[in-house]
Write a protein that binds this ligand. Structure first.
Ligand SMILES: [Zn+2]
Ligand SMILES: [Zn+2]
Length: 104
């Protein structure tokens, strides 16, 4: 493990692959065998790739970025959708044109 807890050399249990210097090593499965069986394990899929990049990719696929905090506000005047830290009825530009405080 390196200082960030990333696997440098060894066996990664999440992906079931061997890793050497962050690089995923090819699996030892015969490929393709006489029956045309072609293994689809992670080691074959990701061989030669940096495990940190693969893990990042996989975690993004399963855990999409969380919605940013705030309120989705639709402007009553122009219909623009904006994300505000509190609910408002007018977007910034419309509030400025109307010359009044946005109603909260
Ligand atoms: Zn394999
Ligand atoms: Zn507006």
């Amino acid at each position: 493990m390196d200082t960030r807890g990333e696997l440098v050399n060894g066996f990664d249990y999440d992906l079931q692959t061997w890793v050497k210097g962050y690089i995923i090593q090819k699996c030892g499965h015969p490929a393709p065998d006489r029956n045309g069986f072609f293994c689809t394990c992670n080691a074959r899929k990701y061989a030669g790739h940096d495990i940190r990049a693969i893990k990042k990719q996989l975690s993004q696929a399963t855990n999409p970025e969380p919605e940013p905090a705030g309120f989705v506000c639709v402007c009553e005047n122009c219909g623009d959708i904006s994300r505000e830290d509190q609910p408002v009825n007018l977007c910034g530009p419309c509030a400025a044109v109307a010359g009044r405080e946005r109603i909260k």
